[in-house]
Design a protein around this ligand. Structure first.
Ligand code: SAM
Length: 250
């Protein structure tokens, strides 16, 4: 069972909200916990998930270099989403239906998209919320962060409740062969710890189609099979990942 630890100076409202949300008592920071039990630590800076040797602080500010215009135009996701050419002055809307820690959504938002993010895992949702809070305070990320609109919950439902069809739906569900998933380091460990391979790929794709987007973009391991066996209109491959694009001309 996860424990919640609060350091001196931690936001008391956050401590209380998370203690109630996860139904867990608050322990002293540094207090010993049984082997294998994760600890969610709250300090002045925000949240850190600690599990064994893993210490993960969700932080998007490390991505600032990838957001510079030249670098951003080269991002495969940005190209796959059709955002490379200045968008012709039009505001592009995207739904990130599998938001995780928000890195991919940040790329879309930095490229000018208004992005609605859905994350259903309650712990990942809190780490993401914390990352978005910090991004909004960072000079380099503030504009993009203002275009990221987060809703905790299942995107299967969220997609069905959209009032306007988005231009893009983005899907990056956890891949069964995790070692080849394209995720690296701490983030991979986190998703391995918390998430089972996505059991509802077919429903996710179907929900995306029913939202009537102009295109669906799916992230896959470079040599992985297509999501739910659906052949894309075209693909963009990188070193470790591939983006499959399903176009629905309007
Ligand atoms: C591989 S991670 C996504 C990583 C993300 N692209 C990023 O840049 O950090 C997959 C995430 O999708 C979430 N997820 C999977 N199915 C979902 C659904 N139907 N609704 C909301 N979130 C979902 C999982 O909880 C997990 O956090």
């Amino acid at each position: 069972m996860m424990k919640l630890a609060a350091e001196e100076g931690a936001d008391p409202f956050l401590v209380r909200r998370l203690s109630e949300k996860f139904c867990i008592p608050v322990i002293q920071a540094g207090q010993a916990v049984p082997d294998g039990e994760p600890v969610l630590l709250i300090d002045r800076e925000g949240l850190t998930l600690i599990s064994g040797s893993l210490r993960l602080r969700a932080d998007l500010t490390g991505m600032a270099r990838r957001l510079k215009p030249h670098a951003l135009r080269g991002e495969l996701l940005v190209r796959a989403a059709g955002l490379g050419k200045g968008n012709g002055g039009k505001t592009i809307t995207a739904v990130d239906a599998t938001a995780g820690l928000g890195e991919d959504a940040l790329l879309l938002a930095a490229a000018g998209c208004e992005v609605l993010l859905f994350e259903r895992d309650p712990l990942i949702a809190e780490l993401l919320r914390d990352a978005l809070r910090k991004a909004a305070l960072s000079d380099g990320l503030r504009d993009a962060a203002e275009r990221m609109h987060f809703r905790e919950g299942d995107s299967l439902r969220g997609l069905s409740e959209l009032e306007t069809p988005p231009d893009v739906v983005y899907l990056d569900p956890m891949f069964p062969e995790r070692r080849k998933s394209g995720l690296v380091g701490k983030k991979l460990q986190l998703f391995q710890m918390l998430e089972r391979p996505c059991p509802d790929e077919a429903e996710l794709f179907e929900a995306a189609v029913k939202a009537c987007p102009g295109r669906i973009v799916v992230k896959r391991p470079l040599k992985g099979p297509h999501l739910d066996g659906r052949k894309p209109s075209w693909s963009l491959g990188g070193k470790a990942v591939r983006f499959d694009v399903y176009s629905f001309p309007r």
